[in-house]
Design a protein around this ligand. Structure first.
Ligand code: ZN
Length: 256
């Protein structure tokens, strides 16, 4: 089985879409559809034909180009069951632990509510890839629009359980601000310091900080480190439960 080829493309002010291509089968998936023209241009630039469109959640910056892409490519559209707002154009609705075939491998769906109720993430276990939408960002997590801290912590813990060498594609380039925030709340963490320096260098050259590795996120992402005693102490929350720590982190990040 040949390795999948992933091509990340930008749209909006800080959004990332991704094309996933399999040379053997010729199949290509696109993750999210916030900008139809950007997705179609990326397909054209690579000479690929879209077979699958995978939608993480209902927000417009992930769905606004869905019908345009579907009309242009006749792709199969896979997305969340309507737990939040309905999304027009979905052919196959998925929920937690749903599985489907893409390019002769199995894709597993991980439901990660919190940012929205309908958030679905797509895990390609054979290829050690996960697409986390607006749930897990590099060194951060999505805002809680439709869920609470307990719900989002549970969702983040599902992603945290994946293997360390899983490559994580998220939907926004927020890492520079997230890194500064992580330095503030986890100041003695050497891994955070190293990653923040790397991020500063990458952004100064206009390079993407995404994708990232789950193992690196476990070391540097405060929202995956609510069980860390040093982080709790820096928040003056030693001995508090993880939901309380997660809620405090999210509130501070909202104000950051
Ligand atoms: Zn969103």
């Amino acid at each position: 089985m040949a390795a999948l080829e992933c091509v990340q493309f930008t749209y909006g002010s800080d959004n990332y879409g991704v094309l996933v291509h399999d040379e053997d089968s010729g199949q290509t998936a696109c993750i999210d559809a916030g900008d139809g023209q950007a997705a179609l241009a990326a397909l054209s630039a690579n000479g690929w034909t879209l077979s699958h469109l995978l939608i993480t959640h209902h927000h417009g910056d992930h769905t606004a180009g869905l019908l345009e892409i579907k009309a242009a490519t006749a792709c199969l559209v896979i997305g969340p069951e309507p737990l939040s707002a309905a999304i027009a154009g979905i052919d196959v609705h998925v929920s937690d632990n749903s599985e489907f075939e893409f390019a002769n491998r199995t894709v597993s769906v991980i439901h990660t509510p919190g940012h929205t109720t309908d958030m679905m993430n797509f895990h390609f276990p054979d290829d050690k890839l996960v697409f986390t939408g607006d749930t897990l960002f590099s060194m951060g997590c999505g805002r809680l629009f439709e869920g609470d801290a307990a719900m989002m912590l549970n969702s983040m813990n599902k992603l945290k359980a994946l293997p360390d060498d899983t490559l994580v594609y998220c939907a926004h380039e927020y890492t520079a601000t997230n890194a500064q925030f992580a330095l503030d709340v986890d100041p003695d963490n050497a891994a955070v310091q190293a990653r923040a320096s790397e991020v500063t260098a990458q952004r100064s050259e206009g390079l993407a900080t995404v994708p990232t590795l789950l193992g690196l996120e476990r070391q540097t992402n405060p929202f995956l480190r609510t069980d860390d005693a040093n982080l709790a102490a820096s928040l003056s929350l030693s001995g508090s439960d993880e939901v309380t720590i997660f809620a405090e982190l999210r509130e501070r990040r909202n104000q950051y």
